[in-house]
Design a protein around this ligand. Structure first.
Ligand SMILES: Cc1cc2nc3c(=O)[nH]c(=O)nc-3n(C[C@H](O)[C@H](O)[C@H](O)COP(=O)(O)OP(=O)(O)OC[C@H]3O[C@@H](n4cnc5c(N)ncnc54)[C@H](O)[C@@H]3O)c2cc1C
Length: 396
């Protein structure tokens, strides 16, 4: 690899954020190089999408293939110990985004997006880790495991590795959200399990002592189950203890084969150096809140699209070095992150779930307003539930 070529854009990371940005930029005729440290397909957690992100998939002409995409009607919250449950159907949200979402097999989904970036003309190199970035008046350069690459603009889409945030020591953790997660996949779901899951394949969010569980139906008779704890020190055994203690999960996982459980922690933070001269961070490289409302991938897709809307004209007129290029769009993304953060804060630290989510009337405006937020429609004004979150004295 030589440093002679000057790319229009180098994208670090080929996850949903990076591949989307690369596909949209290459589709507009820019020279795009994507550097991805892993070989694809590779496992990734984060399998439940929101309606708000689906418009980006349409813009990319992604065809929802049955082997990769599972229809998701909405979200069901439940607390088995009290027998209370409440379902939110995206079709009941305030008008705007699509009326459903998808669960996806991330290994295949991320590969589809990567292939879209390649098909539109981006060069994707796997097995290349980006380690450093330097910016000067003429261009930006990244140091990789194979040498130096130069571009007019760098997009950091490196996910939880948050390459720029670490370089700039700009990570600010969210201390009062979920602290750790243990998860596994279960394959070979029985007919009875499929019947219990139902045709809507809602994501289930099950409240348990000290945290909550996600239950996501994946293509190929598979289930993703994860336990998120408010405390550190979670183990894979705790996941299996919760499954054994739950009548619903015992039924759903009966006779299945489980993958070894995986553990992650320290995933909630924001990056206070999200953009500057010749660079911007999108997706988890900019911020990741919490798994609970499945906002990560959708905000990654929307963030990528928003960046491209600003960056493409700047590349055309040569103003991409402007340090303020991304500020307005970044403020818009921050508003969406804040809406979710206010909701997440209440989820973990107040009685929101028991008092409001599990007890809201089965129809009416409040339910539509909550459903809109759960659908990722977090920028909409005139949503009384969202307005209440923003006006409340509980802020973070
Ligand atoms: C426990 C848990 C559960 C979750 N559940 C959900 C969910 O149900 N729904 C949802 O929407 N989201 C969920 N998420 C979040 C979701 O996984 C992320 O928000 C999403 O993957 C972000 O996409 P991205 O493209 O920003 O980053 P990623 O998908 O992580 O992609 C980043 C890519 O960059 C590459 N990379 C990293 N560093 C470098 C480097 N230095 N050089 C080159 N390449 C690099 C990585 O290999 C990776 O392929 C969950 C997260 C956690 C922790």
């Amino acid at each position: 690899m030589t440093a002679s070529r000057l790319w229009d854009v180098i994208v670090v990371g080929a996850g949903p954020a990076g591949s989307t940005a690369a596909a949209l930029l290459a589709g507009r005729g820019f020279d795009v190089l994507v550097l991805e440290k892993d070989e694809f397909p590779r496992f990734h957690i984060g399998e439940s999408l929101l309606p708000a992100g689906l418009t980006v998939l349409d813009d990319l002409s992604i065809e929802p293939d049955d082997d990769v995409f599972m229809f998701k009607r909405g979200a069901q919250f439940l607390r088995e110990s009290t027998g209370l449950s409440s379902s939110f159907d995206f079709a009941d949200a305030l008008g705007g985004p699509p009326r459903h979402a998808w669960h996806v097999d991330r290994a295949s989904f991320d590969t589809m997006l990567r292939d879209k970036a390649s098909a539109r003309g981006a060069l994707v190199r796997h097995g290349v880790t980006v380690a450093d970035m330097q910016v000067d008046a003429e261009f930006a350069a990244v140091e990789t495991s194979y040498g130096t690459e130069r571009a007019r603009f760098i997009v950091d889409a490196s996910g939880q590795d948050r390459f720029v945030a670490k370089l700039r020591q700009a990570t600010v953790p969210y201390a009062h959200f979920g602290r750790a997660a243990a998860f596994a996949h279960f394959s070979g779901l029985s007919d009875e399990a499929l019947e219990v899951i139902g045709p809507g394949s809602d994501i289930r969010i099950m409240m348990v002592e000290g945290g909550w569980l996600w239950v996501i139906h994946l293509p190929g008779r598979r289930l993703s189950v994860g336990l998120v704890s408010k405390k550190p020190g979670l183990t894979g055994r705790a996941l299996h203890r919760e499954i054994a203690a739950s009548p619903l999960l015992r039924c759903l996982t009966h006779g299945t084969e489980a993958t070894p459980s995986e553990l992650v922690s320290g995933f909630s933070y924001r990056n206070d150096a999200k953009s500057g001269p010749r660079y911007a961070c999108i997706g988890d490289a900019a911020c990741f809140l919490d798994p609970v409302f499945s906002s990560g991938v959708s905000l990654a897709l929307l963030g990528a699209e928003g960046l491209v809307q600003r960056l493409a004209p700047a590349l055309q007129d040569g103003s991409e070095a402007n340090a303020n290029l991304y500020l307005e769009e970044s403020a818009k993304m921050d508003e969406g992150y804040r809406a979710f953060a206010l909701l997440i804060h209440r989820f973990y630290n107040t009685r929101l779930v028991d008092n409001v989510v599990l007890n809201s009337p089965a129809d009416g405006e409040l339910r539509s307003c909550i459903t809109s937020m759960l659908a990722g429609d977090v920028w909409r004004e005139g949503n009384l539930f969202r307005d209440m979150l923003f006006r409340s004295r509980i802020q973070i």
